[in-house]
Design a protein around this ligand. Sequence first.
Ligand code: G3H
Ligand code: ZN
Length: 284
Amino acid sequence: MGLVPMADILEKANDEYYAVGGFNINNMEFLQGIIWAAEETNSPLILQASEGAIKYIGMDYVMNMVKAAVKDTHIPVALHLDHGSSYEVIMRCIREGFSSVMYDGSKYPFQQNIRLTKEVVKAAHSVGVTVEAELGKIGGTEDDVDVDEKDAKFTKPEEAEEFVEKTGVDALAIAIGTAHGVYKGDPELDFDRLEKINSSLNMPLVLHGASGVPDEDVRKAVSMGINKVNVNTAFQQAFTAKVKELFDKDPDLYDPRKYCGPARDAISEAVKEKIEILGSKNKA
Ligand code: G3H
Ligand code: ZN
């Protein structure tokens, strides 16, 4: 099966009250570990690449590896740009064949975020590409996105309504207390805010920074209207922990296949667990 627009995947998730993983690829092992887990669990999948990952892997490699990965799959897969920072980057990804893009204008004032997001929506929708946007600021660090957690601003429900109405986005990333990367303290999710946002917007909402959020909180967020859950750090940790474990056992290891292979399996296991929590198993 080829790539599908993310909107198709999220529409079904929204109707049936589950969430689909927006799982980041950092290299070939991540891509394989993630897609094999989604296939095994018969789950839809959103593969996402950040600008940093595209720079690291190379655009041609991203496109060709993903093409190879989806060639024989029977599950719906979207390829999504994570935290796109400019119109130019987004156009490049659309030209290359991404089926979905995120425009992250959250660093701009509200009206400017609306104006810039609207331009992206117009261009993306004209070629059938899905758009996710962000309103409010999600804390923490991811690639070059660095927001002091204390300055992270939660999404205002009344602004969310105006934002969606004026931009026409397909999915909205909201700030309700999660942060990218490793949490400094325990994450505290503002479920009242999520309830207010979801009751006025019947559309797919996205939870970023889900690594480190307790499983029961993720489940609760999904039951309250979250349809896409982004995870990167937790899979990076799973990969690295396996590599460290193998080197602790045998410091003389030198064949990368001997530690990257098991680390890839560790990602697969972690992805399968996440898919269970999100409720997307057998929803392909
Ligand atoms: O956009 C990607 C994510 O929000 C991932 O966040 O690395 O904290 O899991 P995480
Ligand atoms: Zn994010």
